[in-house]
Design a protein around this ligand. Structure first.
Ligand code: NAD
Length: 417
């Protein structure tokens, strides 16, 4: 993360305060929602392959469960902090609420560098961490999922550890599992599909034809690569893509399936069919209809926001636009479809996975993506209604909608005792 956990949390709280102001929320509720309901910090000892013992800081932050069980990923990263994870947990509360899912928000993390650990060490770390947070997770309490540097294998270990301790197979304790363990068809491309639906709905809303719409994508990973392929299939023109090494540009449009084959072989998109190379900075400033940052947070900031020439930004990544850049983009009338809506396809299919696990009845990929499509369109239109009602940008509209839903649930439930 390019900003510190503290700065990230301050900015999440500031965004919440702005939404609270619009809703004229009373002070007591603001205080309640600025703090997580529960934070569990654990020290996770792991026997390393060389026989030594290393202890890692682990945390699970449960922000709010007014609308349902806590939900949110677990990340393994060297710079994990309690504050950063708290900010992410709060964002999950808003993301599930915008999508109208019966979930609250949580996030977990372990401060470690998985790139320097063996698969066996990662398995031992995951199982011990799971055992240490066992008491506060469960299919009706808190349901983790993959995040940065955790994946379907990590979820399989969590599911197995939890099931062993519980004494019964419990697939619904985590989502993002391998399909053979109760994972959902369509989960792998769910976030990208949601991003693509946001592009499609934005073309209708802002009067930009989807056919040949010029799309620029930063990041050619799980989110960016699939999104480029879906949009290509829907008739858009992908004019530039990039990864950590740099980008490629073709004004006539490129075939993302071929780029993907090339990237798998060579490790980067750079060099594909001798296309013009551009830097990641240049890519962000290309003239286009849709710019999809799908790599890192904070890439559009106060120093480059004025140079952005996209008509619409769809936030595939979490937090790619800083608050200062947001105001500059507003002045330039560049629309931003915010992360809590645009990349919510992943958590939405996580919800569908959880439902399938609980009912022990599974849907096809087509059924899953149709349900996702319907939910994305509904959420997009609801945010657009709030944007018109409150005359604010899409980010604020999404937050206001989310905070209102959470607050209404808190009020209906009342405080006990
Ligand atoms: P990923 O690791 O699969 O892909 C990341 C991509 O970004 C890679 O192509 C990598 O080369 C590129 N990249 C890395 N450093 C870069 C740099 N400095 N400049 C340009 N590109 C760079 O990750 P992902 O799962 O695709 O996630 C991308 C973003 O989307 C993250 O912000 C993540 O939090 C967010 N997100 C992902 C999901 C999901 O389901 N995968 C869901 C919601 C949000």
């Amino acid at each position: 993360m390019s900003i510190s956990g503290k700065e990230f949390l301050d900015s999440a709280i500031q965004q919440f305060e702005e939404a609270a102001e619009i809703l004229k929320l009373e002070e007591g509720l603001r205080e309640l929602l600025k703090m997580p309901k529960r934070t569990l910090i654990v020290s996770v000892p792991v026997k390393m392959d060389n026989g030594s013992i290393k202890t890692f800081m682990g945390v699970r932050v449960q922000h709010c469960d007014a609308l349902g069980p806590f939900k949110g990923g677990i990340r393994y990263y060297p710079t994990v902090t309690v504050e950063g994870v708290t900010a992410l947990a709060m964002l999950m509360t808003w993301k599930t609420a915008v999508m109208n899912l019966p979930f609250g928000g949580a996030k977990g993390g372990v401060r470690c560098n998985p790139k320097e650990m063996s698969l066996n060490e990662l398995e031992r770390l995951t199982r011990r961490y799971t055992a240490m947070i066992y008491d506060i997770i469960g299919p009706h309490i808190d349901i983790p999922a993959p995040d940065v540097y955790t994946d379907a294998q990590t979820m399989a270990w969590i599911m197995d550890t939890y099931s062993q301790l519980k004494g019964e197979p419990t697939p619904a304790v985590v989502t993002g599992k391998p399909v053979n363990l109760g994972g959902s068809e369509g989960r792998a491309e769910a976030t990208s599909y949601g991003v693509a639906v946001c592009v499609r709905e934005a073309t209708k809303k802002f009067g930009i034809p989807l056919k040949n719409a010029r799309v620029v994508i930063q990041g050619f990973g799980k989110v960016g690569a699939h999104a480029s392929q879906i949009l290509y299939d829907w008739g858009a023109k992908i004019i530039a893509v990039s990864d950590f090494k740099g980008g490629i540009l073709s004004k006539d449009g490129l075939n993302p399936y071929k780029v993907s084959e090339y990237e798998k072989k060579t490790g980067s998109v750079v060099g594909f069919e001798s296309m013009k190379s551009i830097s990641n900075e240049e890519l962000l400033e290309l003239e286009c209809d849709f710019l999809i940052p799908a790599a890192l947070e904070g890439v559009i900031h106060k120093r480059n926001a004025d140079n952005i020439r996209a008509k619409v930004i769809i936030e595939g990544a979490n937090g790619p636009v800083t608050p200062e850049a947001d105001s500059i983009l507003d002045q330039k009338n560049i629309k931003v479809i915010p992360d809590i809506l645009a990349n919510a396809g992943g958590v939405t299919v996580s919800y569908l996975e959880w439902v399938q696990n609980l009912q022990r009845f599974y849907w096809t990929r087509e059924e899953v993506l149709n349900r996702l499509d319907e939910r994305m369109v509904k959420a997009f239109n609801e945010v657009a209604e709030y944007q018109e009602k409150y005359r604010v940008n899409y980010r604020r509209a999404a937050l206001v909608l989310a905070v209102e839903r959470v607050v209404n649930a808190i009020k209906s439930r009342g405080l006990w005792p």
